[in-house]
Design a binder for this molecule. Structure first.
Ligand SMILES: NC(=O)c1ccc[n+]([C@@H]2O[C@H](COP(=O)([O-])OP(=O)(O)OC[C@H]3O[C@@H](n4cnc5c(N)ncnc54)[C@H](O)[C@@H]3O)[C@@H](O)[C@H]2O)c1
Length: 401
């Protein structure tokens, strides 16, 4: 949308025809992009969403933003490979290709470049220009968007870097050039691994602080008053989305593959963060046990299925694991999330709205994602609440993670 806004002619190519249809009718499936922005882009005549690869003919710059998931713990680069084959057929001398998908260092130069060369018969660097620029979108962030977030840019040689920097320079306020795609690829993984590790750190502290009878939230607030050398991270029921549970594993996979040893911080952080849904189940069991209730047969109301506040994204959400565990232990699980319409949740989960009656009927309520849309006054009236996000004030019936 930004490229259209600054005057480029943009083809939005996607193999998913239903997404293309929605875009072509002026509907946005991305929460941060309002439908009227898509509609006005269409109206400008400079934006064409399509599933027809023929529309790629004659491109000057191609930006690849396809998924990079894990398959059985290993990086799945098949989407990047497929886009390289599609693009290669339309590559002309002088054109620029930029990869934005998050991936391990070396992908641009060792996988994408050679594939583009094979399919186009042209030489990377000599004929066409190639680079990597990581995406840094934080969905729902009101202060930092595409334009004002510095964009790291790279190229396989000086001409490529110049072309990549010129393109992004037309879209964002500040570009940050680095010396090769590997530094740019690693920078993205460093950013995400940094968050992953720090979240694991506070999660582990939360677990033992709870056992020691110490309020971890107050502890974090106190530490965060230090004006230097500390960054505030908060505990939660586990990490979700398509970044944190996945990206650090791209890096540890690469380290193991290339150097033969483990990236211990990532493995430890995975271990701690993956354990959080089980810890939440344990806390619920202990709380119900105090009231002589087994989890088996108890009714648990889960608030929030998305992994992130005010978002509809439930990819890799800890809610999926948590609801499965609860069902496996015989709990009756009701769940509320006004943002997640379909979602990845088990069919046995009863989808409800947060009402006084629903809260009153629950033996326990667990706040997993503190969407603003929930009625927290109603929630506070529950018999017992486990609040994993510290949204509710402390009360005899409210426990925090
Ligand atoms: N969404 C974010 O906030 C964000 C932030 C940082 C990094 N990333 C990275 O960006 C990449 C994409 O993430 P996303 O959230 O946009 O994923 P997404 O699944 O929402 O979108 C990817 C799109 O690519 C399409 N696609 C798949 N194969 C294709 C092909 N061969 N040709 C054309 N289109 C194809 C899919 O149909 C899908 O619509 C990932 O590597 C992710 O880690 C995303």
């Amino acid at each position: 949308m930004r490229a259209v806004e600054v005057g480029h002619d943009v083809v939005g190519y996607d193999v998913d025809e239903s997404r293309v249809k929605r875009l072509a009718s002026g509907e946005s499936y991305v929460e941060d992009v309002p439908g009227d922005v898509v509609a006005s882009a269409l109206g400008s005549g400079r934006y064409v969403p399509t599933s027809d690869a023929g529309a790629l003919a004659g491109f000057d710059v191609a930006v690849i933003t396809v998924p990079t998931p894990l398959r059985e713990g290993n990086p799945d680069l098949s989407y990047i490979e497929a886009s390289a084959v599609t693009l290669g057929g339309h590559l002309r001398p002088g054109a620029t290709v930029v990869l934005e998908s998050t991936t391990y260092p070396g992908t641009t130069e060792e996988l994408l470049g050679p594939l583009l060369e094979q399919t186009s018969g042209l030489a990377a660097g000599g004929d066409f220009l190639l680079g990597y620029s990581p995406e840094r979108i934080d969905p729902g962030n009101p202060s930092w968007g595409l334009r004002n977030t510095p964009k790291v840019v790279s190229g396989i040689d000086a001409r490529s870097l110049e072309a990549v920097e010129a393109f992004y320079g037309s879209l964002v306020e500040r570009t940050v050039p680095v010396s090769s795609p590997k530094e740019a690829e690693l920078a993205k993984l460093l950013e995400n691994t940094f968050r992953h590790v720090n979240i694991a750190l506070v999660n582990e502290i939360a677990m033992f602080a709870g056992d020691l009878g110490i309020d971890v939230w107050e502890t974090i607030d106190a530490a965060a008053t230090k004006p230097f050398g500390f960054l505030r991270f908060t505990p939660g029921p586990g990490v979700g989305g398509h970044c944190l549970p996945i990206d650090p594993s791209y890096l540890s996979w690469r380290v193991r593959r290339r150097l033969g040893h483990s990236f211990r911080f990532v493995e430890l952080a995975n271990d701690v963060n993956d354990h959080m849904p089980d810890y939440v189940v344990k806390r619920l069991m202990v709380a119900l046990n105090r009231r002589r209730l087994p989890l088996n047969g108890s009714r648990v109301l889960v608030l929030g299925l998305a992994y992130k506040k005010n978002s509809s994204d439930d990819r890799e959400s800890p809610a999926t694991v948590l609801t499965e565990r609860l069902l496996g232990l015989g709990a009756i699980v009701h769940a509320a999330d006004p943002h997640v319409v379909e979602g990845h949740v088990d069919a046995r989960v009863v989808r409800v709205d947060v009402t006084a009656a629903e809260v009153a009927a629950a033996d326990a309520v667990v706040v997993l994602t503190d969407h603003d849309a929930f009625d927290y006054d109603a929630v506070a009236a529950a018999r017992y609440v486990l609040d994993t996000r510290h949204r509710l004030p402390a009360a005899p019936n409210v426990e925090h993670l």
